[in-house]
Design a protein around this ligand. Structure first.
Ligand code: ZN
Ligand code: ZN
Length: 350
């Protein structure tokens, strides 16, 4: 698996040396989950540089790599001994300080930014990645079912967020895939309102956006419910978001651009008169990071292909009224897409 990924990377770039340092790519290319290391990939050998805290773990998790203690030798020193050429690095992860040090240590090397190339390669998931994501999303579904009885007047947003997180971690997740969003009442008009001590009240919309990391892979889903009975206006907003989401889901298939899918959802919301209240992108890929390629947005030229994972999450947010977002995570297939999220999308009045 790792060998295949490294070969694909070398096929995509015309250089002989690649230096990987971001936690997600350390895991993607070697299996090492410790987060702090450097991989030196060459056509002949694969080296993993780390410090004493991780030597045992690295040898276990990355058996295809020769593990080197940085107290004995660092990656830069290893490159200094070779004849200067080009080295690919991750510009979107490396700090300016680390870049400057690399530049100084390797004055005769050409430094080639590779972050975008790698993100493009990671966009299509293999079967292992798909299976882990499916399990991570199922865990989020189960957490939602688990938390519903708690959604009632007097319970705080924080209680709900903690219960979701506790459930997912108790059942195998290593962490939430981002700080859990639970926004109620007028706060639900904030698309990324993190949970506060506000208590739920009758009439509140409650938007819960959450997911977890399971063996490195992220899940992501959003549901919005109402405490007590929904008003006609709340129902209208909810139904609009739902039909926008369903239309976008039906449009997902290989060959379609992120822009085209976004446009389908956005036009339904605009035609219902809520065009000014949907500001963010329709969706994003997931994987080792919560936000990956492809992107579904008004500008996205990303073309969907089988094996991509992408969220579909339209929303309407009205200040002093509240907001609704509904988010599913889907896998692009040959025929269309497989929805990995199974929680009901009927408007729940709790
Ligand atoms: Zn989300
Ligand atoms: Zn999302």
């Amino acid at each position: 698996m790792f060998k295949k990924r490294i070969e694909a990377l070398f096929r995509a770039v015309e250089i002989d040396t690649i230096y990987i340092t971001s936690p997600e790519n350390l895991q993607y290319y070697s299996g090492f989950t410790g987060g702090e290391a450097g991989l030196l990939l060459t056509r002949e050998e694969n080296l993993l540089f780390t410090d004493s805290r991780y030597l045992i773990q690295a040898a276990k998790e990355a058996p295809d790599f020769t593990v080197i203690d940085i107290a004995k030798e660092r990656a830069e020193a290893c490159l200094q001994k070779k004849s200067p050429d080009a080295v690919g690095y991750e510009e979107s992860f490396m700090t300016a300080v680390a870049y400057t040090r690399l530049r100084e240590k390797l004055p005769d090397y050409r430094l080639l930014p590779l972050s975008e190339t790698i993100l493009g390669l990671r966009a299509v998931k293999d079967e292992t990645e798909q299976a882990l994501t499916r399990r991570a999303e199922t865990l989020a579904d189960e957490a939602f079912t688990h938390v519903l009885p708690l959604v009632k007047p007097g319970v705080t947003e924080r209680d709900i967020a903690l219960e979701l997180e506790w459930y997912m971690r108790k059942n195998g997740a290593s962490a939430p895939s981002f700080p859990i969003i639970c926004a109620s009442g007028v706060r639900s008009a904030m698309p990324h309102g993190v949970a506060t001590d506000k208590k739920l009240e009758i009439g509140d919309f409650v938007t819960m956006d959450f997911g977890c990391f399971l063996e490195g892979y992220a899940s992501d889903m959003t549901r919005t419910v109402v405490v007590g009975r929904a008003t006609d206006e709340q129902k209208r907003v909810y139904e609009t978001v739902l039909s926008a989401q369903q239309a976008a889901l039906s449009a997902i298939c290989p060959g379609v651009t992120g822009k085209a899918v976004d446009e389908i959802a956005r036009s339904i919301i605009a035609n219902a008169g809520y065009g000014d209240y949907f500001g963010h992108a329709l969706g994003h890929g997931t994987g080792l990071l919560i936000h990956e390629r492809p992107v579904l947005s008004p500008k996205s030229e990303d073309v969907l292909v089988p094996g991509m994972l992408v969220t579909v999450e339209p929303g309407i947010y009205i200040e002093n009224f509240g907001g609704v977002r509904i988010e599913d995570l889907v896998l692009v297939t040959e025929e269309g897409c497989e929805n990995l999220t199974h929680s009901t999308k009927e408007l729940l009045e709790l």
